[in-house]
Design a protein around this ligand. Sequence first.
Ligand code: NAD
Length: 450
Amino acid sequence: MNSVINPATEEVIAEFPMADVAEAEAAIDRSKKAQREWASLSLNERRDGMLAIAAVVDANLEELARLESSDVGKPISDARGEVAMVANCFRYYAGVVDKILGETIPVDGGVDMTFREPMGVVAVISPWNFPLPIASWNIAPALAAGNSVIVKPADITTLSTRRFGELVATLNLPANLVQVICGPGRVVGRVLTSHPGVAKVSFTGSTATGQDVMRSAADTMKRITLELGGKSANVVFADADLDLAIKSAPGAVFGNTGQDCCARSRILVERKAFDDFVSGFVAATESLKIGDPADPETHLGPLVSRDHHSKVSSFITDDAVLAGQAPDGPGFWMAPRVVVDPDLTSRVVTDEIFGPIAAIIPFDSEEEAIRLANDTIYGLSGSIWTTDLGRAFRVARAMESGTLSVNSNSSVRLQTPFGGFKQSGFGRELGLEAINGYTELKNVFINTQA
Ligand code: NAD
């Protein structure tokens, strides 16, 4: 039996049995049949099916948001925004169903064209920090391209994805088109990453598990997309609109209590602006409200679990400045901390913490900023703050990162590709680019000389 714990109260809020190997295998068999049925529907039927998923998410937004908030400890206002994004994600990809284009290629002796064919059964393995949004970023393009989907949410945060699966099952879609299967990653996840009936695995999670997924998928040559960890840099030049950069920076590292793969946890600040930035950043962080996730005014909830709380606690050092006050009593609470000018080899600078701890590091030149920003095994996201347009482009092109923003700390838009360089993974989610990850490219040559 799996017990679901509310991280803000430590109370058990749900219990359900976990799936085993046999159930995962049966789900794969059912999914194959559903895929054939789905791919044979007309384009309009597939589009309308996806619009129906968007509509059922919208109609149940409040319930899904409350489940996500109580399961993850996420502030309810964030959870509402995320569920609204899930519905928009299905609407966006509903519009893509009849725009998956091939090419005609000039060749001698005939006509040559490409087609993007569905892959078959897609397994979506999702993490606990943004359970339903991240699942939807993969489910929606997979469906748009004519695949069926099996989703395995993280063991500790299953509620929103399970409910989503129940809601989709009420719609007039092929049976088992989207199945949600809850079970331990090492058991059920492994079945999905190794079974010959699964064509593609979209994995979002830690780099260590991503490596295991790659190894497990190798025997059957599965297609894989890996969205992994990050240690993103927020690079602030002295010529930036400093007020704006300071106002935006705490949310960019402490949002979701730091449990964000795009967290700008290394803040690089030009020395001329360093002291002003640090004092402004600490003051802005102190104004964040930490507390009951069900309160719409709350900015930061607890960490997701006791285990994760102890992992993040291991990064707390004596020189960390406390910026805020966590509630007493039950719950896995942690107030934000700021480490100023740390040793560049310390864990707080090199490791993905996935909690509310930020390192602020000074630099003296553009070259040094680029070198520091790239001095990591990761390359997921990052920001550049400057009013010099030439510098913005130079630094953006030089940073080894898949998803950058200038004078902004945003990372995710439904319309634009999202994913990492280096050990942050490969493949891209979202935008039209995601469709390439859910289709096989087929080339057909027609001899016109025969
Ligand atoms: P995790 O790697 O522990 O688990 C992710 C998923 O994989 C879960 O569903 C888990 O049950 C499953 N799993 C575990 N072992 C498995 C195995 N051997 N085979 C198959 N599946 C297995 O990650 P997490 O702790 O849930 O999430 C936090 C991590 O996710 C962080 O490193 C974070 O950076 C990363 N993340 C990345 C992105 C991104 O888009 N790049 C987004 C969110 C989170």
